[in-house]
Design a protein around this ligand. Structure first.
Ligand code: ATP
Length: 413
């Protein structure tokens, strides 16, 4: 079957130009090249995809270097894996040498050896991701579909290629659910049975790989659908994310999309996802998924702030008290609490901090205060704190008022 017309119809002009160039260079090097994976699936579905995955039956690095010479684009080469990555604006191109994989033990990263395109397709996760389109001139557009992926696409099915698939690599469990929910497909019954059987195999997957898959899930358009399904299947529990009621996130994720326009939406989703966990549960989850650094701090702060909400529920609380409770807390953790907290007063106080209080500063500097005859040292710091407090609480606003307050504090000088 030839689907050249579909490629021309659904890929961008930029992608097509790059593909033509690769095809020419590969032919001149005597290599056979194929478009593989997600871009083939999406082209057949008529969806746009700017991630071109190209496999060569030949040395992909040599090909990448040749493309770099012709275009001036700089490839990132990974000699160990025989792969190269080239980016051009929105477009990203991955070049790899066709290979087969063997798993020395479940969950381990596979050993890889160069092989044919057929072997390369057989190592893939699902039939709909195991198709290739040949790109060399004479055969341009020929579809290779040894696992009947096109038929599964037509029947909206996610199907693994062999019964050991989830045992070999249990991250495919998360991937299966991700594609099922993204594409509105169904996991084919035998695959669903094996998926359920192999959920304990998630224990063989490293924290880094699990974290990567979970963050990919949170980059989807409607991650709550995927999370809901993972919860039903018992996957969340298995990866140390004991969330009993995933329905609650339908609402919070929806609000997050409306209020957060930054690139940090996946992290905000994660804060909302762990919101109901205790500190101990969060620590266990972070340990399992090797979540560290800034992300771990944000998640911990989310729970810390949640535990402080009763303090912020006081209608008499002063702005300076709000300021000191929230000072230094990451905006994402505060935002997660605004979205998830059930009562109005704390949310309003959190929002006030985010929008205004965190930016408040006295107009007078330490140097200015010295002019009042106050020697440098702790007194300057104390005075600045008093100015800040008065300013936060709306007692003073102008520079003159600040000066007046300092003179009142130290009348004899
Ligand atoms: P998308 O990026 O739209 O989610 P994709 O198919 O491009 O989909 P990638 O994660 O970029 O997904 O992977 C590219 C291809 O590599 C997949 O289409 C699949 O063929 C293969 N692949 C990725 N992960 C695995 C895995 N864990 N096991 C087997 N094959 C995989």
């Amino acid at each position: 079957m030839n689907i050249a017309a579909k490629i021309e119809q659904h890929l961008s002009q930029q992608s097509l130009a790059l593909i033509k160039l690769i095809s020419n260079e590969a032919t001149s090097l005597g290599q056979t090249v194929y478009l593989v994976g997600g871009v083939v699936r999406d082209t057949l579905l008529g969806y746009p995809n700017f991630d071109l995955d190209i496999v060569s039956e030949g040395d992909a690095i040599k090909l990448a270097r040749r493309i770099a010479e012709t275009t001036g684009l700089k490839p990132r080469i990974h000699s160990r894996f025989g792969t190269a990555k080239i980016s051009q604006g929105k477009l990203s191109l991955d070049l790899a040498t066709a290979r087969c994989e063997t798993y020395n033990r479940p969950g381990a990263l596979p050993s890889v050896t160069p092989n044919t395109i057929q072997a390369d397709l057989s190592r893939r996760d699902f039939s709909i991701n195991a198709m290739a389109i040949q790109l060399n001139q004479k055969y341009y557009g020929d579809l290779l579909d040894p696992h009947h992926g096109k038929e599964d696409l037509e029947h909206n099915l996610i199907r693994i290629l062999h019964p050991q698939s989830f045992t070999d690599d249990a991250t495919r469990i998360l991937r299966a659910v991700r594609y099922e929910q993204r594409l509105n497909f169904k996991i084919e019954p035998e695959t669903a049975h094996l998926l359920q059987r192999d959920i304990p195999m998630l224990d063989t997957i490293s924290g880094d790989r699990l974290r990567h898959e979970l963050l990919l899930t949170l980059q989807e358009q409607y991650p709550e659908k995927i999370i809901g399904r993972l919860g039903e299947l018992g996957v969340l529990q298995q990866i140390s994310l004991p969330i009993e009621d995933t329905a609650g996130i339908n609402n919070t994720f929806n609000i997050a999309r409306q209020v957060n326009k930054s690139h940090n939406l996946p992290w905000l989703y994660l804060c909302l996802l762990i919101y109901k966990l205790s500190k101990a549960q969060l620590n266990q989850f972070a340990f399992r998924l090797k979540i560290a650094g800034r992300l771990k701090n944000i998640l911990q702060d989310t729970i810390d702030i949640k535990e402080q909400l009763p303090l912020l529920d006081n209608p008499q609380i002063t702005n300076s008290d709000i300021y000191h409770i929230l000072l230094g807390r990451p905006p994402l953790a505060i935002q997660a609490n605004i979205i998830s907290s059930q009562s109005l007063a704390p949310s309003l106080h959190l929002q006030l901090f985010l929008d205004k209080l965190r930016y408040v500063k006295p107009l007078l500097s330490g140097e200015d205060i010295k002019q009042f005859g106050i020697p440098s040292g702790t007194k300057i710091g104390t005075t600045l704190k008093l100015l800040l407090k008065a300013k936060l609480n709306g007692e003073i606003t102008t520079r003159q008022e600040e000066e007046k307050l300092v003179s009142r504090l130290y009348p004899t000088r």
